[in-house]
Write a protein of this length. Sequence first.
Length: 63
Amino acid sequence: METSEKPAVRCSKCDREMDHYNTFLSPTNEESVVCWQCLAREEKGFNAKRDFHRTARTGVIGR
Ligand SMILES: [Zn+2]
């Protein structure tokens, strides 16, 4: 059964049709669609280290 009313949209990064995605508006007013898989991948590549530290830090501070 269909629960989602959103149509699948082609991700502008991996070029696959996904129904879980975010839409970003570029400064030139263009919409770009990035699926959650690409988002997750980018986030990991981007701040894997930083995120690691942050999580560890907040655990230590906890104030
Ligand atoms: Zn993608």
